[in-house]
Design a protein around this ligand. Structure first.
Ligand code: NAP
Length: 353
C-alpha cells in the first residue's frame, strides 16, 4: 500500500450479489490503484449472513460485523457507506447514512424515481457529504475512450444513430414473489435493473453533455408489463438535431449478439462488445474500409474505477463527482420516469408524495 494515495474505509450495506462483486474488486491487488480501499464493516439483516460474507470475500481481513445497518452508519471508523440493497430501499438507506454524517456510494438505480433522488441529494447537500450513484460503467477506461473518440475527436463524424440493448434471461418464472426481480414494491422490472444501462449508452453516444449541460431528447416508449412489472422495454430518444437513440431491455431472453451497442456516424461506426454494464472491447469502423479494435486490461470486474474516483473526490473535499454528478442521476431518473409513464410500469412508491 502506498501512503501517497488516499485511503477510504468502507461500510458495506447488504450482503447480496452486487455487494460481493464490489468488495471482491476493492480488495484486489492492483498496480495502478489510485486509492487504498479498506472494507471496514459489513452490515446485514442477519449477523450470520454478514459473517459468512466476510469469511467468503474478505479472508485475512477483519471487518466489523453487524446484524443490522444502523451500527454500520454509527461506526466512527467508517468513512463511506456502500449501498447494495434493492432499489426501493436506496432512498431510506441513503438518508440514514447521510443522517449519520457518512459519505455514500449507492447502487443503480439510485432511487425508484426522480422525486426520491431529489430528496436524497437535498439531504446530502444540507449535511455536506459526498454522494454518488454507482454507475460504474461510466468510469471504465473503455467508456471514457469511446466518449473522447466520438465527441472530442469526432472519429465517426456527425453522430446519426445509437442502438443499445441489454437482454438477459433472468429465469423470472422460477423466482418467488419476494424476489427483487419480481416484486414491484422492491423496484422490479427490466428497465431499472438493466435498461438503465441501455439508456446510459443511448445518452452518452448521442450527446457530449451530461447533467445540466445535456440536451433533452423527446421520448417514445413501450413496455411489456407482466404481473405488474416490465419484462421488456423499448424507447426511442429523438434529439433536436434529428439524432436518434434506440434503447431496449428484456429480462426474458438472452442477447442476440455479443455487440451490445452500435454508434453510427457520417464517417463510420463503433461496435461495443460484452455487457452494456461491463463492456469488454470495441471496434471502430471507418467508411474508408479501415478498422481498429480497442482492448482494455480489466482485472476482476471493474468496480475499482468508480471507487478510486470516489476516494479522490472525498480526499479533495468534493461532494459530487464530475463523471456522475447529481444532476445527471436526476436527469436519467426523469427519463426513466417518462419511459414508465408512457410504458405503464408503476411502483407503489410513485404515488407517495
Ligand atoms: N452495478 C451492477 O452491475 C449491479 C449488478 C447487480 C445489481 N445491482 C444493483 O444492486 C442492488 C442489489 O441487487 P443484487 O442483485 O445484489 O440483489 P440481491 O442479491 O437480492 O441482494 C440484495 C440484498 O439486499 C438486502 N435486502 C434488504 N432488504 C431486502 C429485501 N426486502 N429483499 C431483498 N433483499 C433485501 C439483503 O442483504 P442482507 O440480508 O445482507 O441485508 C440482500 O441480500 C440493486 O439496486 C441492483 O440494481 C447492480
Amino acid at each position: 500500500m502506498s501512503n501517497s494515495i488516499p485511503t477510504l474505509r468502507w461500510g458495506i450495506i447488504a450482503t447480496g450479489l452486487i455487494s460481493s462483486w464490489f468488495v471482491d474488486d476493492l480488495v484486489l491487488n492492483r498496480k495502478d490503484a489510485k486509492a487504498n480501499h479498506i472494507i471496514q464493516a459489513i452490515g446485514s439483516s442477519s449477523i450470520d449472513k454478514a459473517r459468512a460474507f466476510a469469511e467468503k470475500h474478505l479472508s485475512g481481513q477483519n471487518p466489523a460485523i453487524y446484524g443490522n445497518y444502523d451500527e454500520v452508519y454509527a461506526d466512527s471508523n467508517v468513512d463511506i457507506i456502500y449501498i447494495g440493497t434493492p432499489h426501493a430501499l436506496h432512498k431510506k438507506n441513503c438518508l440514514d447514512a447521510i443522517g449519520a454524517g457518512k459519505h455514500v456510494l449507492c447502487e443503480k438505480a439510485f432511487t425508484l424515481n426522480a422525486r426520491e433522488a431529489r430528496v436524497v441529494f437535498e439531504a446530502a447537500k444540507k449535511r455536506g457529504v459526498f454522494i454518488m450513484e454507482a454507475m460504474w460503467t461510466r468510469f471504465y477506461p473503455l467508456t471514457r475512450t469511446v466518449i473522447s473518440l466520438i465527441h472530442e475527436q469526432r472519429a465517426i463524424g456527425d453522430i446519426q444513430r445509437v442502438f443499445c440493448d441489454f437482454a438477459m434471461d433472468q429465469k423470472i418464472a422460477s423466482l418467488g414473489p419476494e424476489s427483487r426481480l419480481k416484486d414491484p414494491a422492491l423496484g422490479a422490472g427490466s428497465l431499472l435493473d438493466i435498461g438503465i444501462y441501455s439508456l446510459t449508452w443511448g445518452l452518452l453516444g448521442s450527446d457530449s453533455g451530461i447533467g445540466a449541460e445535456a440536451q433533452t431528447p423527446q421520448i417514445a416508449a413501450k413496455q411489456t408489463i407482466q404481473d405488474g412489472f416490465d419484462v421488456a422495454t423499448s424507447a426511442i430518444l429523438l434529439y433536436p438535431n434529428g439524432r436518434q437513440a434506440i434503447v431496449s431491455s428484456s429480462n426474458l431472453v438472452d442477447p442476440k449478439s455479443n455487440i451490445i451497442c452500435t454508434i453510427q456516424g457520417s464517417n463510420g461506426h463503433i461496435d461495443i462488445a460484452g455487457f452494456p454494464s461491463a463492456p469488454e472491447y470495441f471496434t471502430l469502423y471507418l467508411k474508408d474500409g479501415s478498422s481498429k479494435k480497442y482492448e482494455f486490461e480489466r482485472p476482476g470486474r471493474g468496480f475499482y474505477w468508480e471507487a478510486d474516483a470516489v476516494a479522490l473526490d472525498i480526499a479533495a473535499g468534493r461532494v459530487q463527482n464530475q463523471i456522475m454528478p447529481w444532476a445527471e442521476t436526476v436527469r436519467v431518473l426523469e427519463l426513466l420516469d417518462e419511459i414508465r409513464r408512457q410504458g405503464g410500469a408503476k411502483f407503489p412508491q410513485d404515488e407517495v408524495v
